[in-house]
Write a protein that binds this ligand. Sequence first.
Ligand SMILES: Nc1ncnc2c1ncn2[C@@H]1O[C@H](COP(=O)(O)OP(=O)(O)OP(=O)(O)O)[C@@H](O)[C@H]1O
Length: 303
Amino acid sequence: MIKIQALSKSYGQMMAADDINFNVEAGEIFGLLGPNGAGKSTTINCISGLLKPSLGEVSINQHSVLSEPIHAKASLGLVPQDLALYEDLSGMENLNFWGQAYGLSGDHLKQRIETVLDQVGLTTRAKDLVNTYSGGMKRRLNFACAILHEPKALLLDEPTVGVDPQSREHLLSAVEQLKSQGTAVLYTTHYMEEAERLCDRIAIIDHGKIIATGTVNDLRSEMGEKDLITLTGDFSQADQSVIEGFELIEWKDHTVRFMAEDAAGKLSDILSRFEPGQIKQTAVQQANLESLFIKLTGRELRD
Ligand SMILES: Nc1ncnc2c1ncn2[C@@H]1O[C@H](COP(=O)(O)OP(=O)(O)OP(=O)(O)O)[C@@H](O)[C@H]1O
């Protein structure tokens, strides 16, 4: 349903998106997971036609976004990172506005508005002005506006940033409901937990490049049976030999990371290799998307 081939977008020398390739099928949630500045919004904006790619091709429902934008966009819904709402209109009036912009009218529009309000849990607040809504409620309304016309493909750009747990749950369940109805969903996030819960497949993106793709299980298995150990303290570059035998990920003045099988069982041996008092904090992480990201980039997902 969404097909991206060799997509690149550069700003001068900087590649904001660098040779991106993936497809999202009907009824699939595909996650684009990466830290701030990784290139997620650039990719989404090239797919929605808001940005013109420097290279590559994007199609929605077999229509090219570049050469057949009207046909491509007819199948597309976009939930942008920045709210696209009129604050001095009610939720209902915003939905009416967006519904008409999508060409809906009459009883069909009325029925769609009722349905989407229910999907995002805003039925009882529909007549209130948007400027009285909480941040999370605005995000839910932003989402409702994007799905009024029942798009076959939906792009969500970090839809849960800064929202309260109740609104987050409403949004995540609404996305799951759309998937069950056959919508192809592209979901960008820097929250590992959301990617793990929602996504059938995930692409990890960093510095504009996809550095790993697969199901959550595929990606976890790239870590093998190894855990990630992070030690915080004071470390000299000359000391690196103390962790000989383990896979070193990162050695900085105050942080050392490496991989080990059965880390918990080996911890006392590992700690005994350092000077007393040298280690201030110890953390052991089992294989997950965060530890895979650290393994691939040497940095944390939330940098
Ligand atoms: N108009 C622009 N001009 C120059 N550089 C840009 C422009 N837009 C984005 N960038 C740069 O492109 C890179 C990717 O940005 P992008 O917004 O796609 O990242 P992101 O993964 O969506 O991050 P965030 O979650 O912070 O929005 C960043 O280094 C950003 O500073």
